[in-house]
Write a protein that binds this ligand. Structure first.
Ligand code: NHW
Length: 393
């Protein structure tokens, strides 16, 4: 085990601490009790004096553009700084406007003098099932500090401010993921990548030609059929929301940590949106019953410093449910669709039952891990990725 780092900020927060790992005497559930709302700090935290808080209304075209550009230029990069996430504006608007969202949780920081947006953090409300309890939480995402303002301890102030605004809505728990290790993950997942356009992936340095492989053999290896195999495979529509909700709720019940989706959530999170979310299902040609679902979201990355290619078009596996069609076949059909839609790569985490198709469908393990965290909620033990039924964007 690598020696745990010192975490000046995280050591002060109600999260699982390193010193408590393995101490099964501590109870599961909230680490700190909620306090009366009147005791929640009413004023925002202090920022260093050149900066000020701003609430970002993502329905405003202008604000959405500012957020989009901040993230496009300053958000998550891979370890070698070859790629940077490029969430689209449509994606950001969708991700931040689920049922019951709070505009006050979409928090920006501006330079007072120029009014330039220099940092961002968001929360959206969610009900998360942890074992047999359903807990109201915030899903926290899009934490970003402009590259020129890094390592000035702005992030802890932003995290405290989003926490305060979540508390003001009488919500006391949160879920989040990060590529960095913090105290302490509930589980650590790995991304797997399935090449759809191997030639481009190799040209931009995303993947490498395997030992004793030529380009043409590689292209052949990843070739997919022209059309999907499953009879009754089609895009989800509004009328499918009740059936998809039933299937998904029933399936997610088996995981230790998973969202508690109702029909409004399913309509928001799963209904197809062009270049944002794709959901397919299998409708039995005989009974017209919906028996299986598979879905993926669209998150391109900017390719940094390549003469010939500027973006990598990536699909990310979201929620899948198989009751009749084997998950392997369902996912292979998703790969075929993604290829038809010109994605370069299809990514999946080793969560839920994804292990069963990763190797067989020629996904390769990525470097870099994704750690999942809960704020103010203790699990006695870390869980396995296969016990996790939650995908954050
Ligand atoms: S993870 C993506 C995070 N964003 C990026 O990686 C973008 C590129 N990087 C940056 O913009 C998905 C900066 O490097 C950031 C840190 C802003 C990441 N999560 O300001 P300082 C999410 O958005 C800690 C949590 O000097 P910086 C999830 C770090 O450990 N903490 O650093 C977000 C240290 O604390 P420590 C992180 O590089 C979840 C402190 O920040 C972190 O200029 C947020 C250093 O601050 C991360 N990804 O800015 C938590 N990265 O204790 C939500 C660094 O170790 C919690 N740190 O000294 C729940 C809140 C709601 C509760 C409701 C009840």
């Amino acid at each position: 085990m690598p020696r745990a780092k010192v975490h000046k900020f995280w050591e002060t927060q109600p999260v699982g601490q390193y010193k408590d790992v393995g101490n099964t005497g501590l109870p599961e559930g909230p680490i700190e009790a909620s306090t009366p709302l009147s005791e929640v700090k009413q004023e925002p935290y202090n920022l260093p004096s050149p900066y000020e808080w701003t609430t970002c209304d993502m329905n405003s075209e202008e604000t959405c553009n500012e957020v989009y550009n901040l993230l496009k230029n300053n958000y998550v990069e891979d370890d070698e700084n070859m790629f940077r996430f490029n969430y689209s504006k449509e994606f950001l608007q969708w991700a931040l406007h689920p049922p019951g969202y709070y505009t006050s949780w979409h928090i920006g920081v501006r330079a007072k003098a120029s009014k330039k947006l220099v940092a961002f953090i968001t929360g959206v409300p969610a009900r998360i099932k942890v074992r047999d309890d359903v807990v109201k939480m915030a899903e926290v995402n899009f934490l970003c500090v402009h590259k020129k303002l890094r390592s000035k301890r702005l992030a802890p102030v932003m995290i405290k401010e989003v926490t305060r605004r979540v508390h003001l809505e009488n919500i006391w728990q949160a879920a989040y993921t990060a590529g960095v290790v913090l105290p302490t993950p509930i589980t650590t997942c790995q991304y797997w990548h399935r090449s759809l356009n191997p030639k481009k992936l190799i040209e931009v340095g995303f993947s490498r030609l395997g030992a004793r492989m030529t380009m043409s053999r590689t292209i052949k290896l990843y070739k997919l059929p022209d059309s999907t195999a499953t009879p009754g495979f089609r895009a989800m529509e509004l009328r499918d929301v009740p059936a998809v909700t039933r299937l998904l709720r029933n399936y997610l019940a088996r995981f230790v940590v998973a969202p508690d989706f109702d029909e409004d959530d399913v309509e928001h999170w799963l209904l197809p949106r062009e270049n944002v979310m794709d959901t397919f299902l299998v409708e039995s040609p005989e009974t017209h019953e919906v028996t299986d679902i598979c879905s993926f979201y669209t998150l391109p990355s900017t390719i940094l410093g390549n003469q010939n290619h500027s973006t990598l078009k990536a699909a990310y596996s979201y929620y899948n449910v198989s009751t009749k069609t084997p998950l392997l076949q369902l996912t292979n059909d998703a790969l075929i669709i993604a290829k038809q839609k010109d994605y370069d790569v299809f990514n999946a985490l080793d969560v839920m039952e994804n292990e069963c198709f990763l190797k067989e469908l020629k996904f390769g393990p990525g470097d870099g891990q994704l750690h999942y965290y809960l704020y103010n909620y203790r699990l006695k033990h870390a869980i396995k990725p296969s016990e996790l039924g939650l995908v954050l964007l």
